[in-house]
Design a protein around this ligand. Structure first.
Ligand code: GLC
Length: 411
């Protein structure tokens, strides 16, 4: 080939290469919790890419529990790393992220279409710092088939649950079948484990920003959980059980009752599930004489303050937080909607019938303390619950530890 010919073919080649992308392409990276069906979010993102051909979105997942994810994000954000553009954040984190300046606010965003709890959780210091991804609450999952077999109604108190679990497990005589699975590992979910019976006694933990610890309610809560282990209703190793372990145990047909969030439903109804068509979902029981109470969960979409694609990321988050995507995730991943009207949507309730009764539960669910120091609050509660369940501390010692340590964080 002559020199001129070689140059001509090079030029031709480069023109061809230049001719392929007719527009500049923006690459966005979205961080999604691995537990919350990244494969279903992927479908929603594919839809976005189809109508925004100049944007390509990739997913990064990590950590199977909320605090594992938060540790990872803390590292990335502390390093002012720009690789992640959009972040999914547990409902307890917007306050911390906003205080650290890690998310970019959505100026002038009207939050009135969302459930009030999420409009509130995402508004920090008058600024909207993230937009709702999905709502969440803890529920009681139960084996409808087994309760029917023994003529038992879904329990309304923890004592009723204990009696039902004993009757069914004794009757079944199956060594793999435990009465109740709940989160005893030192993970974020164990904070809710502690708070459920505590709140059920009408007590609050924080009042006007000050600690309002009730010793007796705390001891009762820890005693209740420990009694499930001591009486053989929960597994001996409950101190090692995280949220997705509960989901798996229940789905394998190895638990009569389980405390879990809404995501567990979709998987329990999949073809691989041993309990497909045999699952009931009800409000969590109360302590005798108390009220049924549950923990407010949920996840939010934030735009990283260090993203180099602020406008494109905000546009993507508006989409991910839209009513259409909320409906899609409700129907395909059993994630509770953040828009109240979707709880009455026939297609949503057709896909997940119990969502028709879930709005009131989400609306009355109680939030964990809102503070930029939430990580420390969580650590105190979850490690203590864990040590009581492991038999390292008594319920009385555990309650005293929580009180003393929280007193140094929330003043
Ligand atoms: C669920 C909830 C979240 C909670 C977590 C604890 O994902 O939505 O708010 O912190 O479980 O395990």
């Amino acid at each position: 080939m002559t020199f001129t010919k070689a140059i001509a073919s090079l030029l031709c080649g480069s023109m061809l290469t230049l001719a392929v992308p007719a527009f500049a392409e923006t690459q966005l990276k979205v961080y999604i919790s691995s537990q919350h069906q990244p494969d279903v979010w992927r479908k929603a993102l594919d839809q976005y890419e189809a109508s925004n051909p100049d944007v390509k979105v990739s997913i990064e997942t990590g950590g199977n529990t909320s605090e594992a994810q938060s540790q990872y994000l803390n590292t990335v954000m502390s390093a002012k790393d720009s690789t992640l553009d959009v972040l999914i954040l547990d409902v307890i984190r917007p306050a911390q992220f906003a205080a650290a300046g890690w998310t970019s606010p959505f100026e002038g965003k009207d939050m009135s279409a969302y459930l009030p709890a999420y409009a509130e959780a995402n508004t920090v210091g008058g600024k909207v710092v993230a937009l709702p991804a999905f709502a969440d609450s803890m529920f009681l999952y139960y084996r409808k088939d087994l309760l029917e077999k023994y003529g038992i109604e879904a329990p309304k108190t923890w004592d009723e649950l204990k009696a039902a679990a004993k009757k069914i497990t004794e009757g079944e005589g199956n060594a793999d079948l435990q009465g109740l699975s709940f989160q005893g590992k030192a993970i974020e979910g164990a904070v809710c484990t502690f708070l459920l019976p505590y709140w059920s006694q009408g007590k609050t933990l924080v009042e006007n920003g000050k600690l309002n610890f009730d010793d007796e309610a705390a001891v009762n809560s820890l005693k209740l959980w420990k009694s499930f282990v001591d009486e053989g209703v929960a597994k001996k190793n409950i101190a090692e059980v995280a949220t997705d372990d509960t989901r798996k145990e229940f789905q394998a047909g190895n638990a009569v009752f389980a405390v879990n969030w809404s995501y567990a439903w979709g998987m329990s109804q999949s073809a691989e599930s041993a309990v497909q068509g045999k699952v009931g979902v009800a409000r969590l029981p109360a302590l005798a004489g108390g009220d049924q109470a549950t923990c407010l969960g949920g996840w939010e979409w934030g735009v990283s303050a260090y993203s180099n694609h602020q406008d494109e990321s905000k546009k993507l988050v508006e989409y991910l937080s839209s009513k259409d995507v909320s409906k899609f995730m409700a129907m395909n991943a059993s994630l509770l909607p953040t828009y109240p009207e979707l709880y009455k949507d026939a297609e949503v309730t057709g896909a997940v019938p119990w969502f028709a009764d879930a709005l009131q539960v989400v609306e009355t669910a109680k939030p964990r303390p809102v503070t930029p120091r939430y990580n420390e609050v969580s650590e105190v509660i979850r490690t203590t619950v864990n040590s009581v369940l492991a038999g390292v501390a008594t319920p009385e010692e555990g309650a005293a530890q929580i009180k003393a340590r929280l007193g140094r964080i929330i003043r």
